[in-house]
Design a protein around this ligand. Structure first.
Ligand code: NAP
Length: 338
C-alpha cells in the first residue's frame, strides 16, 4: 500500500485525493498540507489524513512514501526539490516549475540522485483516444505523419485568464502531447492572431499556435477559450497515405426532430476524468515494490516550459521562435528523441 502525502488541497488536489481514496487501488492518502490550513484541516477530517501546516514537514513525515504536489505553480520547485532531497518519489501537477531555470535545477538534483523520482501531471498521455491514436501511427498504415491539426476549445475561462495563458496553461497540454505522440522535440514555434471573438472581451481569443517538430511534421493548434458550447478537444494526424483522428468522447448520439446530435463535455474534468484515474493508477503501480515512475519526467516538464516560453515570445513578437533545449542528461535518454 503506497502512502501518499498531498501538498495543495485546492480544486485539483481535492480531486486527486478523491480518486486516491475512493477509486484507485494500492494507495492511501496519509497526509495533507495547504497554506489555507482550514481547507487542509477539513480535508484531513474527511479522509483521516494527518494535516501538516508546512509542505516540507509533510515531505519528511515517515508515514509518507510519495508526494503529490497540487499547490499553486510558483511553489512547485521548492516542494519537488525537497522531495528529491528526501529521496521520495514526487508527482507534480503541471507545470513542473514556472521557469526553465527552475526546471533545470530540478533536473540537476534528480541527476545527482541518479534515478527518476519525478513525474509531471501531463494526463493526455493516459487518455484512451490519444493512446489509440499513437498506436494507429505505430502500425504505420497512414505512412509517415506530415501534419497534425489540433483543436483546444473551452466554453469559458476565468476573469484572471491572460492571453499568454492560452500558451502556458492551455496549449501546454498539446505541447506535451505532440512531443509524446511523435517521439520528437519541437524545433520552432509561431503564433498567428486571428480576428478577436467578442465573447472574450479584451482578451485576444482565439489564437493559432504552429509547432514545427524536428522531423518536419507541422502541428497547428487552434486555441479558443470562450466558445460557449463546451470543451472540445480534437486532433487529426495527416500522413502520406491517410489520416488518423481522435474519436469522439461522447458515448451516445441522439437523432431527434431532424437533427443528429452528440453531447459535448462541459470541461476538462469531464473530458479527461478517466485519463486522470489511469495516470494515477499507473504512477502508483510503478512505485510499488520500490520502482521508479515511468510517466512524464522532469525532462518533459522542462521541454514543455521551453516550448511554452518560445510560444509566449512568438505571441509577443509575431516572429518564428526557435526552441533551444539544454543537453539531455543520460537519465532521460530513453525518452523523446531529439
Ligand atoms: P487551486 O484550486 O488554486 O489550488 C491550489 C492550492 O494550493 C490552493 O489551495 C492554494 O491555497 C494552495 N497553495 C498555494 N501555495 C501553497 C503552498 N505554499 N503550500 C501548499 N499549498 C499551497 O488551483 P488548482 O486549479 O487546483 O491548480 C493547482 C495546480 O494544478 C496548478 O499548478 C495547475 O496548473 C494544476 N492543474 C493541472 C491540471 C491538469 O489538467 N493537469 C488541471 C488543473 C490544475 P490558496 O488558495 O490559499 O492560495
Amino acid at each position: 500500500m503506497l502512502k501518499v502525502g498531498v501538498i495543495g488541497t485546492g480544486m485539483i488536489g481535492q480531486d486527486h485525493i478523491r480518486r486516491m481514496t475512493t477509486v484507485l487501488a494500492g494507495v492511501r492518502v496519509t497526509a495533507v498540507s495547504d497554506v489555507d490550513t482550514a481547507v487542509a484541516a477539513s480535508v484531513g477530517a474527511r479522509t483521516g489524513a494527518r494535516v501538516h501546516s508546512l509542505g516540507v514537514d509533510l515531505i519528511n513525515d515517515p508515514e509518507v512514501d510519495a508526494v503529490v504536489v497540487c499547490s499553486w505553480g510558483p511553489t512547485h520547485e521548492q516542494y519537488v526539490l525537497a522531495a528529491i532531497d528526501a529521496g521520495k518519489p514526487v508527482f507534480c501537477e503541471k507545470p513542473l516549475a514556472t521557469t526553465q531555470e527552475a526546471c533545470l535545477r530540478i533536473i540537476d538534483a534528480e541527476v545527482v540522485v541518479g534515478r527518476r523520482l519525478v513525474q509531471v501531471g501531463y494526463m493526455r498521455r493516459y487518455d484512451g483516444e490519444y493512446r489509440a491514436l499513437k498506436a494507429a501511427l505505430g502500425r504505420g498504415v497512414i505512412g509517415s505523419p506530415l501534419m497534425m491539426h489540433c483543436t483546444h476549445r473551452n466554453a469559458s475561462v476565468p476573469a484572471f485568464y491572460e492571453k499568454e495563458m492560452a500558451i502556458t496553461d492551455t496549449a501546454v497540454h498539446e505541447i506535451d502531447m505532440v512531443r509524446w505522440l511523435f517521439d520528437d522535440e519541437v524545433a520552432a514555434v509561431r503564433v498567428l492572431v486571428p480576428r478577436r471573438s467578442r465573447n472574450g472581451g479584451e482578451l485576444q481569443d482565439p489564437l493559432m499556435l504552429l509547432l514545427e517538430m524536428s522531423s518536419g511534421v507541422l502541428v497547428d493548434v487552434e486555441i479558443s477559450v470562450n466558445i460557449r458550447y463546451g470543451y472540445d478537444i480534437r486532433g487529426e494526424v495527416v500522413g502520406e497515405n491517410g489520416t488518423a483522428a481522435l474519436g469522439n468522447a461522447s458515448p451516445v448520439t441522439v437523432r431527434h426532430a431532424g437533427t443528429d446530435s452528440r453531447p459535448v463535455p462541459a470541461d476538462w474534468r469531464e473530458r479527461f476524468l478517466r485519463a486522470y484515474d489511469v495516470e494515477f493508477q499507473e504512477w502508483i503501480d510503478s512505485l510499488s515494490a520500490g520502482g521508479q515512475p515511468v510517466g512524464p519526467s522532469a525532462w518533459d516538464g522542462y521541454a514543455a516550459a521551453v516550448v511554452s516560453d518560445a510560444g509566449v515570445a512568438a505571441l509577443r513578437t509575431g516572429d518564428r521562435v526557435p526552441v533551444v533545449l539544454a543537453d539531455r542528461p543520460k537519465l532521460y535518454a530513453a525518452e523523446v528523441a531529439a
